[in-house]
Design a binder for this molecule. Structure first.
Ligand code: DAT
Ligand code: MG
Length: 140
């Protein structure tokens, strides 16, 4: 499998509970490298663009409210098969269905307040990374 990059967000429920370091430890323990990272407060416009694929879903308004409710940490992760590997480390969207030892099983509060985002494919990872980082902010 090739060296790959994925996009990660440590969501407001996690920054509020001071869990950034714990999430990062789980990322690094899985062999993924954090090659870019910054703490930001997302605007509604940024959140709406980021989750545009979900704009017709009933939870979209709630999702945008949540993602703009506090600071987030946006990250680029690098490693062999990073996209699929980070999805494994995160666990299922609904924490009650996530495997033991995953970030969402161990730390998430609910299907909405689920602690982390990770890209679902290399193509979406490239788009998501470009929304938040310029090339010179990523140091592999
Ligand atoms: P994932 O974040 O695992 O890729 P997704 O892309 O299907 O999941 O959904 C994006 C986010 O939207 C998810 O992390 C939390 C929220 N969400 C998804 N399904 C939801 C639901 N049924 N109720 C409330 N929020 C939901
Ligand atoms: Mg998704």
């Amino acid at each position: 499998m090739a060296l790959e990059r994925t996009f990660s967000i440590i969501k407001p429920d996690a920054t509020a509970r001071n869990l950034t370091g714990k999430v990062n430890a789980m990322i690094e323990a899985a062999g993924l490298r954090i090659v870019a990272q910054k703490r930001i407060r997302m605007t509604r416009g940024q959140a709406e663009t980021f989750y545009a694929v979900h704009s017709a879903r009933p939870f979209f308004g709630e999702l945008v409210d949540f993602m703009t409710s506090g600071p987030v940490v946006v990250q680029v992760l690098e490693g062999e098969g990073a996209v699929a590997k980070y999805r494994e480390v995160m666990g299922a969207t609904d924490p009650s269905k996530a495997d033991a030892g995953t970030i969402r099983k161990e730390l998430a509060l609910s299907i909405g307040e689920n602690t982390v985002h990770g890209s679902d494919a290399p193509e979406t990872a490239a788009i998501e990374i470009a929304q938040f980082f310029s090339g010179n902010e990523i140091v592999g």
